[in-house]
Design a protein around this ligand. Structure first.
Ligand code: ATP
Ligand code: MG
Length: 224
C-alpha cells in the first residue's frame, strides 16, 4: 500500500477538493482506495455522506490511531491510502506527513500562499519526508505572470508535480455532489487535469524518494 497526504499550513487552498478527485480517479484506474480524514472540519467525511457509495471509503481518523489504521488497511488489501489534513498547523498534520510516502503540498499562485508553503516545506524537510508542490486554482490563462512567478518560486523550493491545476467550476460542482471531477464531467478539462495528476503521483510513488526534484517546470508549463 502507498500513502499520500495533502498537506499545507494554509487553509482553503484546495486540499480536500484535490484529495477527493484524486481518490476517485485512482479508484477508476483500478486502485483499492481508502481515505482518512484527519481534519476536524471533516470535509471528506461529509463529501462521502453526500456520495452515498462505499466504493471510495472515507473515515474520520485521529492522529494517535493513524499508524494502527494504516497497518490494518494494508492488511485488508488497500493499495492507496489518501490522507486529508487540516489547514492549521496541528499535530495531526505532522502525523500525516510522517505516515505518507509522498506529501503533496497544494498552493495557489499568490504571495501569501507561497510564503505559507515555505513553512510547510521546512516541516517536511525537518521530518526528512518526500514532498511535491502542486500549483492549484491557477487562472485559466496559465501563462500569466503570476503563475510563472509561482512556478519559479516552487521550483526553487524543490519541485512541482504536474500538471498545473486551474480554477474551474467543475471542481466545486463535483465536490458539492459527492463526486470526483472525473465523474462529474468525464470529458471536461478538470477531469483531464486530475487524470494527469493521478498519473504523475503514481509515477512519483513508483520512483520513491529518488524523485525529490520533481518534474522540470518547463515541461509542466508546456504540457499545461
Ligand atoms: N481548482 C479549483 N477550482 C475552483 N475552485 C476550487 C478549486 N480547488 C478548490 N476550490 C474551492 O476552494 C475552496 C477551498 O477548497 P478546499 O475546501 O478543497 O480547500 P482546503 O485546502 O481543503 O481547505 P481547508 O484548509 O479549510 O480544509 C472551496 O470552495 C473549493 O470549492
Ligand atoms: Mg479541507
Amino acid at each position: 500500500m502507498r500513502t499520500i497526504a495533502f498537506v499545507t499550513q494554509k487553509g482553503g487552498v484546495g486540499k480536500s477538493t484535490l484529495a477527493s478527485s484524486v481518490a476517485v480517479a485512482a479508484f477508476e484506474a483500478g486502485e483499492r482506495v481508502f481515505v482518512l480524514d484527519l481534519d476536524p472540519q471533516q470535509s471528506l467525511v461529509k463529501w462521502s455522506k453526500t456520495r452515498g457509495e462505499k466504493d471510495v471509503p472515507v473515515v474520520e481518523m485521529k492522529a494517535g490511531k493513524l499508524a494502527k489504521a494504516l497497518a490494518q488497511l494494508a492488511k485488508d488489501g488497500v493499495t492507496l491510502c489518501i490522507i486529508d489534513t487540516s489547514g492549521a498547523d496541528l499535530p495531526a498534520t505532522v502525523a500525516a506527513m510522517e505516515a505518507a510516502d509522498l506529501n503533496i503540498v497544494p498552493t495557489r499562485p499568490n504571495a501569501f500562499d507561497l510564503w505559507a508553503t515555505e513553512a510547510t516545506r521546512k516541516t517536511l524537510r525537518d521530518l526528512g519526508k518526500d514532498y511535491a508542490f502542486l500549483l492549484t486554482q491557477c487562472p485559466p490563462a496559465q501563462q500569466s505572470a503570476r503563475v510563472a512567478e509561482g512556478v519559479t518560486a516552487l521550483e526553487a523550493m524543490g519541485g512541482l508535480i504536474s500538471p498545473l491545476i486551474s480554477a474551474r467550476v467543475d471542481y466545486q460542482e463535483a465536490a458539492r455532489h459527492g463526486l470526483g471531477a472525473t465523474e462529474y464531467n468525464p470529458s471536461g478539462y478538470a477531469a483531464e487535469e486530475i487524470r494527469k495528476l493521478w498519473s504523475s503521483v503514481k509515477r512519483r510513488l513508483a520512483k520513491g524518494k529518488a524523485g525529490q526534484g520533481g518534474t522540470p517546470v518547463k515541461k509542466i508549463a508546456k504540457a499545461a
